[in-house]
Ligand binder design. Structure first.
Ligand SMILES: [Zn+2]
Length: 295
């Protein structure tokens, strides 16, 4: 086990920040990590970028393909982003989540692609693995294994980073466990079915009004079904999310007398947000504790 934090990789002199602008052109140079040719990790969307940053710190440049405020399911890639995928040392993605990324990865990334769902107990058809913090720890370990193998200079750094991320995610998961143990309402009614992994981890049943994709429209029959369930089960809060229109949640709330609240699926950070994966998950926990009646 390597626990030593090595050399200059973590020092990251600020004067070198300008070189990040050139990162897309740096190619897959695996030489000594002078920051002029720092390795590049391309992440398909925010939680994967967060995991990569936690694992590798300043020893790599992390590029997030999904801009802040954008909804990642239907992301379209620019030619420059496709080139970034072609040149990256490592490309992180969730198969089946973003068709444009799947296609570019298949064509451009070759064996530098990492399907971050490997080692995760998948819910069939549901790509939203990152909403269980323990899955984020698994993702961090996969990133560290791959970076350590392909860039041996970074092996010590990413080993330390993955352990730290794993500890942080265990802590966050324990906050959620403790915070949701006593919730009296166990049906989690959400506009977009992004919370299957979170529901599974903390003993809720997810009830999605729309489907797995946030821009799908529920049928009148589905709306009636969810409305009936909300009344029957005494659900008091319908959750919607930051990056998409709240009208579906508002419709069900208006018909049942429930209120609405924000639950963030962390598919991206809102523009200008100073939050991160942990702070948003803590905000989500606070919303759930109120909305699900957790004394
Ligand atoms: Zn989603």
């Amino acid at each position: 086990m390597r626990l030593r934090v090595p050399h200059a990789a973590l020092a990251a002199p600020a004067v070198l920040a300008a070189s990040t602008l050139l990162a897309g052109c740096a190619g897959s140079t695996a030489g000594p990590d002078t920051s002029a040719n720092r390795p590049t990790v391309v992440a398909a969307f925010y939680p994967l970028a967060y995991a990569a940053e936690q694992v590798a710190g300043d020893s790599v440049d992390v590029i997030d393909l999904t801009p802040p405020g954008a909804e990642p399911h239907d992301l379209e890639l620019t030619a420059q982003q496709v080139a970034q995928i072609a040149e990256a040392d490592l490309v992180l993605y969730v198969p089946g989540f973003q068709p444009a990324v799947d296609e570019a990865v298949a064509q451009q990334a070759g064996d530098r692609a990492l399907d971050v769902t490997q080692g995760i107990d998948m819910i069939p058809g549901d790509p939203h693995v990152w909403l269980d913090p323990l899955n984020m720890a698994t993702i961090g370990n996969s990133i560290a294994d791959r970076l350590g193998a392909s860039l041996p200079d970074l092996a010590d750094t990413v080993d330390v980073g993955a352990r730290k991320l794993s500890a942080d995610m265990s802590g966050l998961s324990n906050e959620w466990k403790t915070g949701t143990q006593s919730c009296t309402i166990r049906d989690l009614v959400v506009s977009h079915e992004a919370f299957g992994y979170l529901a599974r981890a903390y003993g809720f049943t997810q009830v999605g009004i729309a489907g797995l994709s946030p821009d799908s429209e529920p049928s009148p029959a589905r709306l009636a079904e969810v409305t009936a369930l909300v009344k029957d089960r005494g659900v008091t809060t319908i959750y919607y999310e930051t990056l998409v229109d709240p009208k579906i949640a508002q419709t069900v709330a208006a018909e049942t007398g429930a209120t609405t609240a924000v639950l963030d699926p962390l598919e991206g950070l809102p523009e200008g947000s100073d939050g991160n994966y942990v702070s948003v998950m803590q905000d989500n926990l606070a919303q759930v504790r109120t909305g699900q009646a957790c004394p």
